[in-house]
Design a protein. Structure first.
Lengths: 337, 465
């Protein structure tokens, strides 16, 4: 009897059942409505940009793993997230060859050189986007109006531009609400901002869908809700104070919250577990810091938008926050060891 | 005046907080899986034709054998005596004949000194009586001696000699005697049934324990999923004993001494310290019942209550099983499936996986959980740490398992111990349980602690030369 060899393991012998690839997959699910809305509002161009970004991220990850003699880590879904996020943060008519390059940089420089998943100091998608912003400042600020006629069957010349040729800028282009405010002091309607009937990067326009995706992840305990709450609260309070001081010079706090990439960044990028602090107290400091930098760049900086740099700076601060904020260990007197 | 007033106020809020919380920081909620056995009364298990009795069933020195091969022994007879203070004796679990004295397999995979006994088939298996110890006449020293002579160790699973634990060090006092009826391990219902069926033994045991420790109050801590046991014990509290039953919310690892003290008293045992540093002594409820049952008759441990459960077992239940019963015999009797593939001694959170069915039941075995081939979870893939913080939010003593795990991989043992308090880890496994990347964190910590202890011992040895 009992002839089988017994399977042995070290305790605990049971697991809660959450797994890293499951978390990553669910982040992808949570972003799908944004992808769909991007395609609905910006048409075929946005779809091509997002597909290119995902393909280039996944291919780069696979190729680098193979090249370094490791088994491919594509199945953990993190490269897919990086690709989607990169695609969502680019203008809908961004040239595809540049998009592809962005995906390569995201994975290779943003992730792989640090040691792959879990070791990257910065959000890989933002590293890629920062590269694109530095390399192609004109293309990345060439916006496109949403809900144009014929967007489902025409491809912009800019999108299909030949590599290293001067990008063809289409006749029709539209300013984002943030740049309109920054340079012309024109504010957009809050409802339009919230529901996404505006111009902007493919995935940043619908605040409502972003918030719904965030709630989904927070309820499934796959995202630390304290991070977006801390960022958004900080932005709201700081810009609210400024608005109360002078409502002619400074934008309203609701405009600040719903415009630009703040929602997308706060919910899907700043919450990247690898780049954010590990303790509950730490993430609040991290979120408040990001919120502060966003307000500073948007209001006093030279750029209309500062979410990307704010999150990258927040990522850089994370190890220091984790070093400083350590919960008091049971039975010991004080935090500092 | 004002200062005094505010101070008084602060103290009273503290008390209120303590009374309301009755829990500890962090922790996890594994599925309980207790409903299949918690209604099943304790039943006597058949006597195995062969008993295999290791001499090392407790923490400390192995017992010293005093019988010879071929000798006939009576159930309850002393077979091996305590080898020093940090040791306990072993008694005959059955009446029978000593077949041989040789090495026996134990769960660690090693072979240790032991005794093989052939059980007499037609014996009535009556237990012989020894010199009784009366709780009203004996002094604390005599009670501790009686507990050692009865071979009693912590039956919750640790198997630490109870008389050593109960010895109050010079200059310390014990105010609170805590009876641990938490049983936070999933699947196990041993303590639950003992509380429902052995209330008299528990209260007799408490009388001995009060006498031995000088405790002023006794708290029986029980988790909310055993309300029936709490109600039952509350009803039967003897009028002359300072006992109260405290029900606390269900949370793993509340059965750990330090966590239970925090839940019940609102105090923290200092790092590196013992419960007595906060004037408390914690004793498992089944151990208490055993003291209450054995000492009035001067007997020693021959058997213990064990929950046998899990999807791989047909006749699940709570059984009174003689110590030394071979695991293979136990599984045959309870109708374990032929294709069983995982067997744990203890619960699934802290229990040990069995690699060899020829080991036997020992005093510290609180449960046997069996899984069939179909119930095995696939070998799960280990991902890199993504710093999600789940382990940080699970650790009951607020360590940073994520950081410790990374340090362990780079062999940063000194940093782990000095800067990140590794030595405070009591290996409850909550971090590994929640880790989405399936990193075997607690296993890293076990190994790291072993290496650090070894290094420290070498350092001390060098310093002494």
């Amino acid at each position: 009897m009992f002839s089988k060899t017994l399977h042995i393991s070290t305790s605990p012998h049971i697991r809660q059942g959450m797994s890293t690839d499951m978390i990553m997959r669910n982040v992808v699910y949570a972003m799908m409505p944004l992808v769909i809305f991007a395609v609905v509002s910006f048409g075929l161009n946005a779809l091509l940009v997002i597909i290119t970004a995902v393909a280039s991220s996944v291919l780069t990850e696979h190729a680098l793993c193979r090249w370094s003699g490791k088994s491919s880590t594509v199945s953990d879904w993190s490269a897919v997230i990086t690709g989607i996020l990169l695609g969502l943060t680019l203008p809908p008519i961004f040239p595809l060859w540049m998009t592809f390059l962005g995906g390569v940089v995201s994975i290779a420089i943003g992730k792989f050189v640090f040691g792959g998943l879990g070791s990257n100091a910065f959000n890989p998608a933002l590293v890629g986007r920062a590269f694109l912003q530095a390399a192609f400042p004109v293309a990345i600020t060439t916006w496109h109006p949403s809900f144009l006629e014929g967007r489902f069957y025409s491809i912009s010349k800019s999108v299909a531009a030949f590599p290293f040729s001067t990008p063809v800028v289409d006749g029709i282009s539209g300013a984002t609400p943030l740049s309109a405010f920054k340079f012309d002091k024109v504010t957009a309607d809050t409802a339009d901002l919230a529901f996404g009937f505006i111009s902007g990067s493919s995935g940043e326009t619908s605040a409502v869908l972003i918030i719904l995706g965030g709630i989904y992840l927070a309820v499934r305990k796959m995202m630390n809700w304290r991070i977006p709450v801390a960022i958004l609260t900080t932005v709201f309070v700081l810009s609210g104070i400024l608005y109360l001081i002078d409502n002619q010079t400074y934008p309203s706090p609701q405009f600040m919250l719903f415009s630009g990439g703040l929602m997308l960044g706060a919910v899907f990028m700043a919450t990247d577990m690898v780049g954010s602090p590990i303790t509950s107290r730490g993430v609040v400091i991290y979120g408040a810091f990001i919120g502060l930098i966003v307000v500073v760049i948007r209001i006093w900086g030279g750029l209309p938008e500062g979410v990307m740099y704010a999150i990258l700076l927040g990522n850089a601060l994370t190890p220091h926050i984790d070093n400083l904020i350590r919960p008091r260990v049971y039975g010991t007197k004080k935090t500092k060891s | 005046m004002l200062k005094n007033g505010s101070k008084g106020e602060k103290n009273s809020t503290d008390t209120v907080l303590n009374l309301q919380s009755h829990t500890f920081r962090h922790g996890v909620h594994p599925p309980e899986n207790k409903e299949e056995t918690n209604k099943l009364p304790i039943r006597q298990f058949p006597f195995s034709p062969l008993i295999i009795l290791p001499m090392q069933q407790h923490i400390g020195a192995p017992s010293r054998i005093i019988v010879k091969e071929g000798q006939e022994v009576v159930r309850g007879q002393l077979l091996a005596e305590a080898n020093g203070y940090m040791s306990v004796p072993v008694h005959a679990p059955v009446s029978g004949k000593i077949r041989k004295i040789a090495k026996v397999p134990v769960i660690s995979g090693q072979m240790t000194e032991g005794i093989y006994i052939e059980t007499f088939h037609f014996s009535g298996q009556e237990v012989i009586e020894g010199a009784p110890i009366a709780f009203d006449k004996a002094n604390p020293e005599q009670i501790l001696k009686g507990i050692q002579d009865a071979g009693i160790v912590g039956l919750g699973g640790a198997a630490f000699p109870t008389h050593v634990k109960l010895k109050i060090p010079e200059g310390k006092v014990c105010d609170h005697l805590i009876i641990n009826g938490i049983e936070c391990e999933p699947y196990l219902t041993t303590d639950h049934r003992v509380m429902l069926e052995q209330a008299n033994d528990i209260y007799t045991g408490i009388r001995y324990l009060i006498k031995a420790t000088g405790a002023k109050e006794v708290i029986i801590g029980i988790e909310g999923n055993k309300q029936d046991a709490a109600d039952h014990l509350s009803k039967l509290i003897p009028a002359d004993l300072p006992v109260r039953v405290q029900v606390v919310p269900v949370k793993y690892p509340q059965g750990a001494e330090k966590m239970l003290i925090t839940s019940l008293l609102g105090k923290e045992v200092p790092s590196g310290g013992l419960p007595i540093d906060v004037k408390a002594v914690v004793v498992n409820v089944a151990t208490t019942a055993e003291i209450g049952r054995l000492l009035p008759h001067g007997q020693g441990i021959q058997e213990r209550v064990i929950t046998i459960t899990g999807p791989g077992v047909k006749k699940k239940g709570n059984y009174l099983i003689p110590v030394g019963t071979p695991l293979r015999y136990v599984l045959e009797q309870v109708g374990a499936a032929e294709n069983i593939s995982e067997v744990y001694m203890g619960g699934p959170m802290m229990g040990v996986a069995v690699s060899n069915l020829d080991i036997s039941i020992v005093k510290g075995t609180s449960g046997i959980v069996v899984f069939g081939e179909d119930n095995i979870p696939k070998t799960e893939k280990i991902f890199p740490c993504i710093k999600c913080g789940a382990c940080v939010d699970a650790c009951p003593i607020s360590l940073n398992p994520s950081k410790l795990g990374i340090l362990a991989k780079s062999e940063g043992y000194d940093t782990m111990a000095e800067e990140f308090h590794l030595m405070d880890c009591f290996e409850c496994g909550s971090c590994s349980f929640v880790c989405p990347s399936n990193i075997p964190l607690v296993q890293y910590f076990r190994l790291s602690k072993g290496i650090i202890r070894k290094r420290n011992a070498e350092k001390t040895a060098k310093a002494n030369v």
